[in-house]
Design a protein. Structure first.
Length: 490
């Protein structure tokens, strides 16, 4: 958390390499190093200690199973947060999720006076954060309290780097405006009747906080009020930290290493798939509704109703033919009503589904409503024919040609070492792509655009803009649509 030294990139590299080598001791070190932070993050998303514990267990298991995919081992910490977020989103989507048991707060050795001051600042922080939307609050939490950089946050959210940079920047700006409004409400509410009316309860609700920010931005009285500067890390350092259960360590390490639970680990690892070209898990997507998810109890009444309707139609047609034929219908050519085709159910997506003991999300949809098509009685023939009538020709089944599928980008980074430039590779996968370089991070410069057919490759030169080069640095080049290349320099 903010204010506490986090693991360095060298530790990430070493632990990732040890995990790849199958070192069990490294797994315990990964848990001891990252688990308290990951548990707090999972608890913030799930608001339940049971679900947070289950999510953390699955994160450690999935990390051990998939660590070989990570192309940048020095990003192990951010990669673990990306797995944690996907697992939490999966659990939030489950109708069987456990709710209602929040974890206790981690103990702090504070005096009563310090606790009182912290509580006051905590109410201020909650009132300021209430003005932000959920994505902004999570971005601030990841970048400030959990100290992830924008590249890590980009991987956690699974969005382009330029979108991540804009998100974090806007979140910080909105938090600064919300904090100023909250400080005015806390210290100068008597000076403005509108502020006094908006802040009758404390901390502020999201609706009140948003209204207060809008008011302060346009009120000449509030504009003149001075508020102390409070950096985001100091503001958020007072927020509660969920205490990780002491007994969870043994449970997680046992689940991640016991031989008799290998099948369960494979199923848990499958939940984390798929991954992008850098080995980061793609954002969670709810499963598509499947035919077998629908309740089978509706099929009996529906099929019975269809059978009754068909039987009644056949009887009506038979009676009509018998009445209008000269010999009771024995020579009449009666064409039975066409049975409406089954509307069908959505097919299975074809994706493998793991079935371990953890609750998995189940997406259900209401059973389709059967639509009745009125059957038309056949027109009587003036002269009954003894030869059976031929069937109507089947409608043409030709379909219009489908438009070409849009492709996606596969972007490969580069390392320039002490050189002044290197080349990234851009490849179109699965279809044609119009691409363009949209931005860079770090001391890098790049530009370019073009059109690629499926399988075609383009190369873009990336140059460093710094004059003096020392240490090992990294940045990225963002390529639309949805690509980002990691570049190492110096």
């Amino acid at each position: 958390m903010a204010g506490e030294p986090g693991p360095g990139r060298n530790d990430d590299q070493r632990l990732a390499d040890s995990l790849r080598a199958g070192d069990v001791i490294a797994l315990t070190e990964v848990y001891d190093t990252y688990a308290p932070f990951l548990y707090d993050y999972c608890h913030g998303l799930l608001r339940d200690r049971v679900e947070a514990a289950g999510a953390l267990r699955n994160v450690i298991i999935a990390a051990r199973e998939h660590v070989h995919r990570l192309t940048e081992p020095d990003r192990l910490r951010g990669w673990l947060y990306a797995i944690a977020r996907k697992e939490c989103m999966r659990r939030r989507d489950s109708p069987n999720r456990h709710i209602g048991q929040e974890a206790p707060e981690a103990d702090d050795d504070l005096t009563p006076e310090q606790l009182a001051r912290r509580e006051e600042r905590r109410l201020l922080a909650h009132s300021a954060l209430a003005a932000l939307n959920g994505r902004q609050r999570e971005a601030i939490d990841l970048s400030v309290r959990h100290e992830l950089d924008e590249v890590d946050v980009c991987g956690v959210f699974g969005i382009p780097l330029e979108e991540t940079l804009a998100l974090v920047q806007k979140a910080r700006e909105d938090l600064a405006a919300a904090l100023r409004a909250a400080l005015i409400a806390q210290n100068h509410w008597k000076d403005c009747p509108s502020v006094a009316a908006l802040t009758e309860s404390w901390p502020l609700t999201p609706q009140t906080a948003a209204s207060l920010v809008r008011h302060v931005a346009s009120c000449p009285v509030c504009e003149e009020r001075e508020t102390p500067a409070l950096p985001p890390d100091r503001l958020l350092s007072v927020l509660p930290i969920a205490a990780i259960p002491a007994e969870l360590r043994l449970d997680v390490l046992t689940a991640a290493t016991a031989e008799d639970r290998a099948g369960n680990r494979r199923a848990i690892a499958a939940w984390t798939e798929p991954f992008d070209e850098y080995g980061w898990p793609l954002p969670y997507q709810p499963a598509a509704p499947r035919a077998r998810d629908r309740s089978p109890r509706r099929r009996g009444p529906v099929l019975a109703a269809v059978a009754v309707a068909v039987g009644m139609a056949v009887l009506c047609v038979g009676a009509w033919s018998w009445l209008h034929s000269g010999n009771g219908g024995t020579d009449a050519a009666a064409t039975g009503p066409a049975v409406p085709g089954d509307s069908g159910s959505p097919g299975d997506s074809g994706a493998p589904e793991a079935t371990p003991t953890d609750p998995s999300p189940t997406v259900t949809s209401p059973s389709p409503t059967e639509s009745e098509s009125p059957s038309k009685s056949p027109s009587p023939s003036k002269t009954p024919s003894k030869t059976p009538t031929t069937k109507a020709p089947a409608p043409p089944t030709t379909k219009a040609p489908e438009p070409p599928k849009a492709g996606r980008l596969s972007v490969q980074g580069c390392s320039m070492g002490n050189d002044a430039s290197c080349t990234i590779t851009i490849t179109a996968v699965g279809g044609a792509v119009n691409w363009r370089v949209t931005g860079t991070s770090g001391e890098l410069s790049a530009s370019g655009n073009g059109h690629l057919s499926s399988g075609e490759t383009a190369r873009v030169t990336v140059s460093r803009t710094n004059v003096i080069c020392f240490g090992r640095r990294s940045g990225s080049v963002s390529v639309a649509p949805g690509g980002s290349a990691r570049v190492f320099y110096c």
